[in-house]
Ligand binder design. Structure first.
Ligand SMILES: O=P(O)(O)OC[C@H]1O[C@](O)(CO)[C@@H](O)[C@@H]1O
Length: 273
């Protein structure tokens, strides 16, 4: 059973709080002169290098943080997450975004079912579709390859894709593949933003991706309907199946909206919205 003690009432919290007052008296420049400290605050794993030595923290701080993690039962909580327990108590569900990046042979259960094979089915489907768009074998209603993408979504359904986009902007291979293509984000209901998003784009060569966990979010659905109209008024209603795809947990609503279920990329309740 979960502890009812608030973390701020524990001794490790109080120790850390007192320690922060001490550390404020030391300038970062002096901390950086401590070679042992700096070397201990750099780690490398699998080609990734993390240097957290430029924080106002000493080895004693790290020790106190570990003690706090122990008091919070951090390891046990991580294990509960990985084993699919309903740790999101307000929504009574598992929290398994880790399953989205698990290897094919991993076993991660939610409500008694290994979710990893479903994840890989969708990842393979996304790869297959995006490769067709990239190599031009997926064509729009008038037979032209799709070169530009508008991503509709708000909140996490906007920030997640934006994060990946920002990260890849400095990757030379991604930059090369993105040449001649535009990716735009439509993340609010300001009509000026819609106008700005579609300015200079041709519906014949544009793909619209609607990202919404629920597929009911008012702002997202309004923007999705506006762009559905943009496409169908230019190319006819049947063009929607070629020019709009969705990422959602609610495949019933996706289909009702007019998006081909074959071009709907599912995810699950246990992914945070
Ligand atoms: O992905 P959805 O269901 O469209 O929701 C978008 C956003 O709206 C919220 O539900 C509420 O702002 C966020 O949690 C979420 O990121």
């Amino acid at each position: 059973m979960a502890s009812t003690t608030l973390i701020c009432d524990t001794q490790p919290w109080k120790d850390l709080k007192a320690h922060t007052e001490d550390i404020k008296k030391t300038h970062l420049r002096d901390l950086m002169n401590d070679k042992e400290r700096c070397e201990s605050m750099m780690v490398e794993f699998d080609g990734m290098f993390l240097d957290y030595s430029r924080q106002c923290a000493t080895l004693e701080t790290i020790d106190k943080l570990y003690k706090l993690a122990e008091a919070a039962s951090l390891k046990q909580q991580i294990n509960r997450m990985y084993s699919g327990e309903h740790i999101n108590s307000t929504e009574n569900r598992s929290v398994l975004h880790v399953a989205l990046r698990a290897p094919r042979d991993a076993v991660i259960n939610s409500d008694g079912k290994n979710v990893v094979p479903d994840v890989w089915n969708v990842l393979d489907k996304i790869k297959d579709f995006s490769e067709k768009v990239r190599n031009g074998s997926w064509v729009g209603a008038t037979g032209k390859p799709l070169k530009d993408v508008i991503a509709i979504g708000i909140g996490g359904s906007f920030l997640g894709p934006l994060f990946v986009h920002a990260a890849l902007q400095t990757d030379p291979e991604a930059v090369e593949f993105a040449k001649g293509r535009q990716l735009r984000f439509l993340a609010n209901v300001d009509p000026i933003d819609v106008a700005r998003n579609i300015a200079g784009l041709n519906p014949e060569t544009t793909l619209v991706v609607v990202v919404s966990k629920t597929f009911t979010t008012a702002e997202t659905m309004l923007n999705a309907r506006t762009l559905r109209e943009w496409i169908s008024s230019a190319l006819g209603p049947s063009a929607v199946a070629k020019h709009m795809v969705a990422v959602s947990t609610n495949l019933t609503l996706v289909e009702k909206f007019g998006i081909d279920p074959n071009n709907a990329f599912a995810f699950w309740d246990w992914v945070g919205g």
